[in-house]
Design a protein around this ligand. Structure first.
Ligand code: MSP
Length: 466
């Protein structure tokens, strides 16, 4: 049985989740569900990133202890994923005690094997990103992501010998052994690596909210190193042995472009130091903007997942999220556009199709027939994570069927030529039943409801107009 291990980033708990986080997590869920249907052995990991300066600062701004604060925020992520019907297999928190123990073991081993040395660190650091910046990364001296000047960090520090993996990484990425998709992202990463990889500081002197370095407790571990290891510990790695967990390596690691560089350098560097296989693929999706602006609390334009669900329901929201981003590209959303799409595709599209067909069928004796729907290259589309395109292919069929009903004037046909009317209805029911099956990974509840409606002939409201 093929295995399929998929991860999302562990999200920062400085705030509750917004729809950017929801996009990644639901997309991972769609892929996990699809692979389950294919009979693969699936493991789907998500979680939260809870250490570091940024989180400690957020806790202190909320006048709470770090522990109290991260417990509360981690809970908001769990609740959101439950609301979105996300079928993860494990939710890892980087403050879990088994994660902490494993991280300590890992760092000790890296030290014992001389992948870590002590030196002086001086460089620019963006707290928002929790990442080092080079001059090239800055726009007018500010971090492009956070529009803030990075701070100059100067301290004694422990370094990880990342530079020695430059050649190997370059080779594995360019040959697609460690695949980075889409291509443009792969090329960006490659040109970054070709400019040279420096050893990186993996310790912090002045950040107390973190895991102490096992060989020098005056320091805590750099939050990214702590966070990366979740992908191993979340799959059951204790750090005690040199063998990786059964599900290793991930088939897909989903994320957006903000965190690709570290995932394509530091992260595989650590794995190479351990001699562990690299992830098969990193898939980088685009960014949401809202009314063509970056989404942010300060701009007051954040779309919160719970508001989305309140308005469009769970499956409605999953549908809207998954159809908002063309594979690998950024996408702009607004409440107006979402509502329009919901009404067109779900209320008037699929919902209307089902209710018309079921109503007309109830007057005639229709045998239930086999699901029938062919989507060309469906496997390949999933393989390439072109989720919006898959939905578009399915919805072409919905539109076709609605048009067909109009053209045939089916409501008259069933009266004037019941035999022909019945034939048409049977075909439509096969099609709806097929649609019900292929939408399962995207709209799990609706898929079940369609099955039930077709079995009982009783209509249930699927997508009330908004
Ligand atoms: N904690 C780190 C990740 C550590 S993984 C070892 C982190 N957390 S985060 O909360 O900032 O999450 C970043 C991720 O959230 C992005 O890579 C993406 O998956 C998702 N998104 C956050 N904002 C987004 C948009 N505006 N649009 C789409 N997805 C975005 O970075």
């Amino acid at each position: 049985m093929p295995k399929f291990y998929i991860t999302t980033p562990v999200y920062y708990v400085n705030d509750r989740p917004h729809i950017g986080h929801a996009y990644t997590t639901v997309a991972a869920d769609v892929l996990a569900r699809w692979h389950k249907i294919q009979g693969d052995k699936v493991f789907f990991l998500t979680g939260t990133d809870e250490h570091g300066y940024k989180i400690a600062a957020a806790a202190s701004a909320a006048a709470k202890s770090e522990k109290e604060f991260v417990d509360e925020k981690a809970q908001t992520f769990k609740e959101a994923w439950q609301e979105f019907n996300v079928s993860y297999d494990n939710f890892i928190r980087t403050t879990d005690s088994n994660h902490i123990l494993a991280v300590e073991k890992t760092l000790q081993k890296l030290y014992d094997r001389e992948f870590i040395y002590k030196g002086d660190y001086e460089g620019l650091y963006c707290v928002g990103c929790e990442q080092y910046k080079t001059k090239d990364d800055l726009i007018e001296g500010k971090c492009a992501e956070h529009n803030k000047e990075p701070i100059l960090m100067k301290e004694e520090s422990y370094f990880f010998k990342l530079s020695q993996f430059k050649k190997t990484l370059e080779k594995k990425i360019s040959s697609d052994e460690f695949k980075i998709q889409p291509k443009e992202r792969k090329n960006e990463v490659l040109s970054f690596i070709r400019r040279g990889l420096k050893d990186i500081s993996i310790s912090r002197k002045n950040v107390s909210w973190g895991i102490p370095l096992p060989f020098d407790k005056a320091y805590t571990i750099y939050v990214w190193v702590d966070a990366f290891l979740n992908y191993l510990t979340g799959a059951g790695w204790s750090g005690k042995t040199d063998s990786y967990p059964e599900m290793w390596p991930p088939e897909v690691q989903l994320m957006s472009k903000d965190i690709l560089r570290v995932h394509a350098t530091i992260w595989p560097g650590i794995l190479l130091a351990f001699g562990f296989p690299l992830p098969k693929k990193i898939f980088v999706h685009g960014y949401f903007t809202v009314n063509n602006q970056k989404m942010g609390k300060s701009l007051g334009n954040v779309i919160w997942p719970e508001d989305l669900i309140k308005k469009f329901g769970v499956d409605g929201s999953r549908y809207l999220l998954m159809s908002s981003l063309v594979s690998g590209q950024d996408g702009d959303i607004s409440w107006g556009k979402l509502a329009e799409k919901y009404n067109a595709d779900l209320a008037n599209g699929l919902g209307n199709l089902i209710s018309r067909v079921v109503k007309l069928s109830s007057k005639l004796k229709i045998k239930s027939s086999k699901p029938q729907l062919k989507i060309k290259n469906l496997n390949k589309l999933f393989e390439e994570i072109r989720l919006k395109e898959i939905l578009e292919e399915i919805w072409k069929q919905v539109a076709w069927a609605n048009k067909y009903i109009e053209e045939k004037k089916l409501w008259e046909l069933v009266k004037t030529d019941p035999k022909e009317g019945k034939k048409v209805l049977e075909n439509l029911i096969s099609l709806i039943s097929g649609i019900g099956e292929v939408i399962l990974p995207f709209l799990p509840e609706t898929s079940l409801k369609i099955k039930e409606i077709l079995k009982t002939g009783k209509i249930k409201p699927l997508f009330p107009r908004v």
